[in-house]
Ligand binder design. Structure first.
Ligand SMILES: Cc1ncc(COP(=O)(O)O)c(C=O)c1O
Length: 470
């Protein structure tokens, strides 16, 4: 049985207080950790007294929070083991069993229509490919060459020895974090940011140092400069183009200044360009390393299909060699066939992107209009690119809304999941990348539960089936 110490739970809870009574806010926060898979079923929670001391609240508050969690079956008392998170095998109650839960937690487009033909074309190369061993931690030569050529075509001269092909961008983030970071190293991240990058950094022992990004105002320039100057973080993880989740883009002068400052302070800047080319307003900018020293991450997970699991790193050849040595501890290379498929598509990738951006533009217009009509009190800045809007709800109810939505058959990620510090209870990430009919079904549910949450009629204890959704 996994035992969670009071300190470990406290660090996962982060800013758990809300306008609700303390016991209820705490119980809701723990529910959300279970919901997000941060606390696994079967985990033993800390003793009431220890958690009370760690959080600086009374033991009665903890007892009431645990009682609340017991009431809805989230935890159970096991003799000799205390309070244990239950696994729920009850079927989820959803309004329309024929259609199943609506997964609005992922920001993805439907698969790129030309992918099937590209896969068929790639099979012609099977004889040559199958003649090789298939173990290749750097990536196939012609694939690295095709990726390097695309950077060069985009205006950033690149050679194949600057490229490592990875199993998606997520793999690249993990590999870099594991390679660069020592336990306790500071890592500059945007706040909000892409949650699984935080997962990788924390798993590698990094300490998150957040820099605010606002969907309308952009990056907090002061904070960005101060964190680099005063903290000399070992790593900075940035998404300057079409930032996830806000869709904001960092002005080029600020990008140049930040990269120069980071270089001067010995900070390795990792720029995640997974969404970087999905620019809806204005032309696509040069890759970030054209403006200063940066390790670039690319992926076709958002532009073509997540199931290809194909990404890459662009960095100095010496850094690529360091990553290669570190890679053997976890995997021995990227699947060969998927690499061949993508290499075949890269020469014509601008056309692919134009089609994808046209789809996203239509999706964005639809979602913005629907949100304005259905939720007039929300504040939704226009995202200039990417796949999501970052909606300001005007009140700190994101987790409540998400819990209520899950019991009504809609899976969506609460604002705090994108936070380094538990903030963003007032925000919700809304994808505009899905087909319009799918989006409308999701918004129908959201509109229904919003009326109840905003009216104060929902509290999390009503929601008894959320665990089944995970
Ligand atoms: C910003 C960002 N980086 C990386 C990833 C993961 O990419 P991949 O599917 O290539 O691992 C995602 C996927 O959602 C993302 O949004």
């Amino acid at each position: 049985m996994i035992t969670l110490s009071a300190r470990a739970l406290a660090s996962r809870l982060q800013e758990w207080r809300s306008s609700d009574p303390a016991y209820r806010a705490l119980a809701d926060r723990i529910r959300l950790l279970v919901l997000d898979g941060v606390v696994a079923p079967g985990t033993r929670l800390p003793a009431e007294r220890e958690l009370a001391a760690e959080l600086g609240v009374s033991r009665t508050t903890i007892a009431a929070a645990y009682a609340d969690l017991r009431d809805d079956g989230s935890i159970e008392s096991v003799r000799g083991s205390g309070s244990v998170v239950r696994s729920s095998n009850r079927p989820m109650q959803i309004p329309d069993l024929a259609t199943g839960p609506i997964d609005f937690s992922k920001a993805t487009m439907p698969v790129y229509p030309g992918l099937a033909a590209a896969i068929r074309a790639a099979t012609e190369q099977l004889p040559a490919m199958l003649a090789e061993s298939g173990f290749d931690p750097l990536g196939r030569d012609e694939v690295r060459a095709a990726i390097a050529q695309r950077y060069t075509d985009r205006g950033l001269p690149t050679t194949p020895d600057q490229i490592m092909v990875t199993v998606g961008a997520q793999h690249a983030i993990t590999l870099i974090a594991r390679t660069v970071l020592r336990r306790g190293d500071r890592v500059l991240i945007e706040n909000p940011t892409y949650p699984h990058a935080m997962d990788s950094i924390l798993a590698a022992g990094g300490r998150l140092v957040p820099v605010p990004v606002d969907a309308a105002e952009g990056w907090d320039e002061n904070a960005l400069a101060q964190v680099i100057e005063r903290g000399s973080p070992a790593l900075a993880y940035l998404m300057p183009d079409n930032h996830n989740p806000t869709g904001a883009t960092m002005p080029t002068p600020l990008l140049e200044r930040s990269l120069a400052l980071a270089a001067a302070h010995g900070t390795v800047v990792v720029v995640d360009e997974t969404m970087g080319e999905l620019t809806i307003d204005g032309p696509r900018r040069l890759p970030a390393a054209a403006y200063g020293p940066a390790v670039l991450l690319g992926s076709v997970g958002k532009s073509l299909w997540g199931g290809l699991r194909l990404g890459w790193v662009r960095a100095d050849p010496s850094f690529i060699r360091t990553l290669t040595r570190a890679r053997f501890a976890s995997d021995l290379g990227t699947p060969a066939f998927e690499q061949t498929v993508v290499a075949g598509m890269l020469p014509d990738f601008d056309r692919v992107l134009d089609e994808r951006v046209a789809w996203l533009r239509a999706g964005r217009e639809h979602v913005l209009a629907e949100l304005a009509r259905r939720f007039p009190e929300w504040r939704v800045p226009v995202p200039g690119g990417g796949l999501t809007a970052w909606a300001g709800l005007g009140r700190p109810v994101s987790s409540q809304l998400v819990l209520a939505a899950r019991s009504a058959g809609l899976v969506i990620t609460p604002g705090p999941r994108f936070a380094a510090d538990g903030a963003f209870e007032r925000f919700l990430r809304i994808p505009f990348s899905h087909p319009v009919e799918f989006t409308d079904r999701a918004l129908d549910v959201l509109e229904r539960v919003w009326a109840r949450v905003a009216g104060g009629a929902v509290r999390a204890a009503e929601v008894d089936d959320f665990a089944a959704v995970i």
